[in-house]
Design a protein around this ligand. Structure first.
Ligand code: HEC
Ligand code: HEC
Length: 201
C-alpha cells in the first residue's frame, strides 16, 4: 500500500478516536453527575425527571445554559438543576449534549385512556384553529421527535410534560416565546390529553 493511503487511513483513525473521546467524556459525566436522577444514558424510570435520551443537542445546550444563568426559573429547575449546572463548563455541556443526542429514546409509554389519547393526537397534529393554536407537529415533528432548538416530546414523561406546559402559562421559561402564546389557547384538559398522547409515542 502506498504511503499516501497509509497516511489517510491514519487520519481517519485519528478522527474516529477523537469523536469517540468526546462522547466517552459525556458518558462519564452522565454516570458521575446525572444518571442518579435522569437514569443511565438519559432514560429514567421515575416520573419526577425528564428523559434526556435522543434530545437534540442544540435544545439541550440551550437549556443547560438557561439553568446555569438562572433564566429557566421554574420551581424544579431551581431546586434540581441550578446547582449542578453551575459546576459545568461549556465544554462539559457540549460533551453531554453529544452523548444524549446519540442515545436512543426509549418508548416506554402506554395508552390507558383512549378518548384522552385521541383528543391529544388531534390537537398535536391539527392544532385548535378556533383558539389560535397551531399544529404542534409543525415545529416538534410528526412523532414529537424534535429538531435543533426544538425539543423531543415523543416518549417524554407524562407528568413532566404537563408541568412544563403549565409553566408556559407564566414566565419562568422566558426563552420559550412561541410556547407562551400557544398555551393561551389550551385548557387544562387539553394539556392532560396532549401529555397522554405524547408519552405513548
Ligand atoms: C437531583 C436530581 C437531578 C440531577 C442530579 C440532574 N437533574 Fe437534570 N433535571 C432534574 C429535574 C427535576 C428536571 C426538571 C426541571 C424542571 O421541571 O424545570 C431536570 C431537567 C433537566 C433538563 C431539561 C430537560 C428538558 O426537556 O427541557 C436537562 C437538559 C437536564 N435536566 C440535564 C441534566 C444533566 C446534564 C445533569 C447532570 C450534569 C442533570 N440534569 C442532573 C433533576 C436532576
Ligand atoms: C413555532 C414552533 C412551535 C410550535 C407550533 C409548538 N412548539 Fe412547543 N416548543 C417550541 C420551542 C422552540 C420550544 C423550546 C423552548 C425553549 O427553548 O425553552 C418548545 C418547547 C415545548 C415544550 C417543553 C419541552 C421540554 O422538554 O421541556 C413542550 C411540552 C411543548 N413545546 C409542547 C408543545 C405543544 C403541545 C404544542 C402544540 C399545542 C407546541 N409545543 C407547539 C416550538 C414550538
Amino acid at each position: 500500500m502506498s504511503y499516501r493511503i497509509w497516511m489517510s487511513l491514519g487520519m481517519i483513525g485519528l478522527i474516529a478516536a477523537s469523536s469517540a473521546l468526546g462522547s466517552d467524556e459525556g458518558a462519564k459525566l452522565d454516570r458521575q453527575l446525572c444518571s442518579v436522577c435522569h437514569g443511565p444514558g438519559g432514560t429514567t424510570s421515575s416520573e419526577l425527571f425528564p428523559h434526556l435520551a435522543g434530545m437534540p443537542a442544540p435544545y439541550f445546550t440551550n437549556q443547560m445554559k438557561a439553568f446555569r444563568d438562572k433564566s429557566r426559573a421554574d420551581q424544579n429547575a431551581k431546586r434540581f438543576m441550578w446547582g449542578i449546572s453551575s459546576r459545568l463548563t461549556d465544554e462539559n455541556i457540549e460533551q453531554l449534549a453529544a452523548f444524549y443526542e446519540s442515545q436512543p429514546a426509549v418508548h416506554q409509554g402506554k395508552i390507558s385512556d383512549q378518548a384522552k389519547y385521541d383528543l391529544g393526537k388531534s390537537i398535536f397534529l391539527n392544532g385548535h384553529a378556533d383558539k389560535g393554536v397551531p399544529p404542534c407537529m409543525a415545529c416538534h415533528g410528526e412523532k414529537g421527535e424534535g429538531k435543533e432548538t426544538t425539543p423531543r416530546l415523543g416518549g417524554q414523561n407524562e407528568a413532566y410534560l404537563k408541568r412544563q406546559l403549565k409553566v408556559f402559562y407564566g414566565n419562568e421559561r422566558p426563552a420559550a416565546t412561541a410556547m407562551h402564546e400557544i398555551v393561551k389557547g389550551l385548557s387544562e384538559s387539553d394539556i392532560e390529553a396532549i401529555a397522554h398522547y405524547l408519552q405513548a409515542q
